[in-house]
Write a protein of this length. Structure first.
Length: 94
């Protein structure tokens, strides 16, 4: 499903203008992104029956490149998503 298809589906199901749905979705996703980027560590956004978005920091580490040389990778901040049990259960039932 594309973003446009999602907007159309929600607009149809809720009898709402697609432009309003798009604005609400844009603001929702922007709010989640802003909190994950600027929130306290570890930043978490819980959406009941859907899942949790959270940020974490990967510590720096030493790896080997294709030539076998050791290379130090710096610490990085990343975002992950953990689906809720209810969502997992729905997927498994299909």
């Amino acid at each position: 499903m594309t973003y446009h298809e999602l907007i159309q589906k929600i607009a149809l199901e809720t009898n709402t203008e697609p432009a309003l749905v798009r604005n609400i979705l844009d603001e929702t996703f922007q709010t989640i992104a802003n909190y994950i980027v600027n929130g306290e560590e570890p930043a978490k956004v819980h959406i009941p029956a859907f899942g949790v978005f959270h940020s974490s920091v990967r510590s720096s580490r030493v790896v080997r490149n294709f030539k076998g040389e050791e290379v130090r990778l710096p610490a990085t901040k990343t975002i992950t998503f953990k689906p809720a049990k209810a969502l997992k259960k729905q997927v498994m039932e299909v």
